[in-house]
Design a protein around this ligand. Structure first.
Ligand SMILES: [Zn+2]
Length: 174
């Protein structure tokens, strides 16, 4: 199958234009930034050689406009588009790309990760070098000594509350 792979320009963990899985598979990838016209890039590549599929990693970084472009690829070029990304940032807020993918995608598949307690981990906690959780600041921070860990909702808010001066929910902590 002839697949076109995209990843976000912002993510340079694997070197420029590469998508890698944690089990060791990797592939070169085209880069997208917020300015990339995904519809035109895909349309042009499809004219050179017919595409069977588009795979887009780090889809949380898509803009609303780019999610619309991908919908147009699916509905008018009839090429399936698979997007892979995070639902929420370390503040517990939706990313723009994820918001519109959740709203408009044909099919949603949740990949399960497990918290240290055994519950489903659906939140991302950002820890500084001393292991203290962040609750605010810029949505996107690449590099530095910060660490991101997947935790369940209960342990996410518990960590945030412990690192905060005031109660988050207004109830006493357990
Ligand atoms: Zn937990």
């Amino acid at each position: 199958m002839h697949t076109l792979i995209f990843t976000a320009e912002i993510d340079d963990r694997y070197g420029k234009g590469r998508v890698a899985s944690r089990i060791g598979l990797s592939s070169s990838a085209a880069l997208f930034s917020k300015e990339t016209d995904l519809f035109n890039e895909i349309k042009q590549a499809n004219e050179v050689q017919a595409l069977h599929c588009i795979l887009l990693d780090e889809s949380q970084f898509l803009t609303r406009e780019q999610v619309k472009q991908l919908i147009y690829v699916t509905d008018h070029l009839n090429i399936p588009v698979l997007c892979y990304g995070l639902r929420t940032d370390f503040r517990g807020e939706l990313f723009e790309g994820s918001l519109y993918l959740l709203a408009w995608a044909d099919k949603l598949v949740e990949l399960k990760t497990v918290c240290h307690c055994g519950r489903k981990a659906n939140m991302v906690l950002r820890l500084d070098a001393e292991g203290r959780p962040f609750h605010d600041g810029a949505q996107v921070v690449i590099g530095g000594n910060d660490k991101y860990i997947s935790v369940c909702r209960k342990h996410y808010w518990q960590a945030i509350e412990q690192g905060s001066e005031q109660a988050i929910f207004g109830y006493p902590a357990e």
